[in-house]
Design a protein around this ligand. Structure first.
Ligand SMILES: [Mn+2]
Length: 306
């Protein structure tokens, strides 16, 4: 099937352990002339020479209110405010029959992207939606602190602070989460994963059964049990021994080729609806190795793997 894609920037980086005011999408889009490497150039090349339909919708930037709230320690309110804006943009993409590719930003912004996904497919169409969460971390921490470690707790309505609540019709069920490459858990997260029986394809599992078998099983599971699925790709899912351009590099994750195969095959599936890429920090990427990796991953989501 031929897809049309929207590239949506979500450069809001205020909820991780490294906060930055810089627009982290700018460096990714910009052409590095020496290596002829830049996302905008790449996108144009796919449209012009490969008959792709990819539109760069620009960035969803936090408004003054969202910035004010975050600067005054009201992180959850600031994130919620921002995610309302992001949710509207992602919903527009779904309503236009297009496939959103959202590039963050830290992982907290997935709150807005996933709420749009759940609203459009689960609430409005009554469809069963899964999320494949590719990450070093489980992101369902229920304690207070950096919100980039809690988007799944927020989406599942398991964040017991600040009167947080999610309407039942856009709530994510724990059973509908599929973890890949997750390897650094907090004790309450490990307990939640066990209690809820969440599918955990840790590096240990991947080594035991092999990457190919893990991916085949995952796709069979999504194919058999769901109408739609979304993929959320945290840069730190990659092996931190090489890929260190984020706040929390973590050794022992996915190889470049495993990650590219994973994204390429999931995005090629008819039930795939969209993807986001989070946590990449260009300022920690002096040689541009991770920039090249990010562009390849995004290109794999668009359907190319050469
Ligand atoms: Mn994450």
């Amino acid at each position: 099937m031929k897809r049309s894609f929207d590239l949506i920037g979500a450069p809001f980086n205020q909820f991780g352990s490294v906060k930055t005011e810089k627009n982290t999408l700018e460096a990714l889009r910009r052409l590095d002339e020496e290596r002829w490497l830049g996302l905008s150039e790449w996108l144009e090349m796919r449209n012009k020479r490969w008959e792709a339909d990819i539109e760069d919708k620009g960035d969803v930037l936090p408004d003054d209110e969202a910035k004010f709230l975050v600067n005054h320690g009201e992180d959850l309110q600031g994130l919620t405010r921002y995610c309302e804006q992001l949710k509207t943009t992602v919903l527009d993409s779904y309503r236009a029959g297009r496939t959103p590719v959202v590039v963050g930003g830290d992982h907290a912004v997935t709150l807005g992207t996933m709420q749009a996904t759940l609203e459009y497919f689960q609430k409005e169409q009554g469809e069963h939606v899964a999320v494949v969460w590719v990450d070093a971390h489980a992101d369902c921490n229920t304690g207070r602190g950096n919100l980039h470690g809690k988007p799944l707790a927020l989406l599942m309505d398991k964040y017991p602070h600040d009167n947080w609540s999610v309407p039942a019709d856009i709530r994510l069920s724990p059973q509908d989460i599929y973890y890949v490459a997750v390897r650094d858990l907090m004790l309450p997260e490990a307990e939640l994963i066990k209690a809820e029986g969440i599918d955990l394809n840790s590096p240990e599992v991947i080594d035991a059964i092999g990457f190919r078998t893990m991916l085949d099983r995952l796709i069979a599971e999504l194919e058999g049990n769901y109408d739609r699925f979304f993929v959320s790709f945290d840069y730190d899912a990659l092996d931190g021994a090489i890929f260190r351009a984020c706040a929390t590099p973590n050794v022992g994750g996915l190889s470049a080729r495993e990650a590219l195969t994973l994204v390429h095959e999931l995005a090629a599936h008819p039930k795939f609806v969209g993807i986001d890429f989070l946590e990449y920090l260009p300022e920690k990427d002096p040689e541009g190795i991770s920039k090249e990796m990010m562009i390849k991953l995004i290109d794999a989501a668009w359907g190319y793997r050469i």
